[in-house]
Design a protein around this ligand. Sequence first.
Ligand code: FE
Ligand code: FE
Ligand code: ZN
Length: 167
Amino acid sequence: MVQKTLDDLFLAQLKDIYYAEKKIYRTLPKMAKATKVPELKQAFTAHREETQGHVERLEQVFEMIGKRAQTKPCEAINGIIAEGEETIEDFGETAAIDTGLVAAGQAVEHYEMARYGALIAWAKQLGMSKAAALLNETLQEEMKADKLLTEIGATKVDKMATAKMAA
Ligand code: FE
Ligand code: FE
Ligand code: ZN
């Protein structure tokens, strides 16, 4: 059996999230376009800019460990994004679209939070405190994005969807 260690796992998951971030960067404009709620549009657009920074931080981490920045297809994010696209197709013209988009966005953020949480723990175990700090900057932004979506959902979107349904 081939011996693999935590640093192999770290590298594998780094490639996974690098793929995911690039895919998210390409997808966020579609999500911004699909909503008419200005706050939600703005949240998706602003998070896309942050996502560019996430990609760059990952490239810095690859550099720190002396590896070429390389993607590895992440079937999880492909599936989460495919579900979001399905929501746009199936609910795009309905009152429920915006709350559907909030949920789709949160599914993405939660995947990222899970991955970064593990990567940070592993970086610390591997003695890479600089990489851990860098990845934690991204994690904080993902958490902030998730929280903002919760707020927008609660204050701007969910009530609207219900009001329209009741009307
Ligand atoms: Fe991200
Ligand atoms: Fe993945
Ligand atoms: Zn994100």
